[in-house]
Design a protein around this ligand. Structure first.
Ligand SMILES: Nc1ncnc2c1ncn2[C@@H]1O[C@H](COP(=O)(O)OP(=O)(O)OP(=O)(O)O)[C@@H](O)[C@H]1O
Ligand SMILES: [Mg+2]
Length: 191
């Protein structure tokens, strides 16, 4: 199956999850994420996390957890077709960016992208090897390909978004871990 066809099917599946279930699953993903942080990655200091919109896994609770812990939070913003991590503090104003996704109004870019130690990426679909299908613009791939390989990449997904095999290309950057409402998948084990 082509990537575009798969993208459509997986998007449809994600959109079809009711609001109520999405909330329940997002809460479970939040709980699994807390366990993941404790077990695998005790102290991320600088984290890029997507600000959820539409039918994506909700990231609000995770972002608030980072604030509580005083971790530095960055949200992705698209500037001239490139993704930039923009520092986001609890009281910062957000404005609608490209595609209606909220991003910080004041765009203070990170000094060095390799200061990040964790990336929490959105996706339309994933497979257990860590392959990811995104929005279809390659924005995230382009950004991820610039990062030091050591930076841990985590995909959040509902189980319905996990498919058997994503026809990944060379430019597609893999996730190291996937967290769903049911499990934590270490994609490094599946290589
Ligand atoms: N590192 C890169 N440099 C240049 N072009 C890229 C890069 N990564 C992806 N692209 C281009 O972007 C287009 C879309 O890529 P792809 O289908 O993988 O998107 P996606 O993974 O769904 O999107 P996204 O990464 O924004 O979530 C492709 O045509 C690809 O050639
Ligand atoms: Mg891709």
């Amino acid at each position: 199956m082509t990537k575009n066809k798969l993208r459509k099917i997986l998007k449809y599946k994600r959109d079809a999850i009711s609001e109520n279930l999405r909330k329940i699953y997002s809460d479970l993903i939040y709980k699994n994420f807390l366990y993941f942080i404790k077990k695998f990655h005790k102290n991320p200091k600088n984290i890029l996390i997507y600000n959820s919109f539409n039918s994506e896994v909700d990231t609000k609770k995770i972002i608030n957890f980072f604030f509580k812990k005083n971790f530095k939070v960055y949200l992705p913003a698209i500037i001239n077709n490139n993704v930039y991590p923009i520092r986001f503090k609890a009281k910062d104003k957000l404005i609608k960016g490209r595609y209606g996704i909220f991003e910080p109004a004041k765009k203070i870019k990170i000094k060095n992208i390799n200061l990040l130690d964790m990336i929490i990426a959105p996706g339309i679909g994933f497979d257990k090897n860590g392959n990811r299908i995104g929005f279809g613009k390659g924005y995230f791939d382009k950004f991820l390909s610039k990062l030091n390989k050591k930076i841990i990449k985590v995909g959040l997904a509902f189980t319905k978004q996990i498919t058997k095999k994503i026809p990944a290309k060379k430019h597609d950057v893999k996730m190291d871990f996937l967290i769903t409402e049911k499990e934590i998948i270490n994609c490094q084990n599946n290589k």
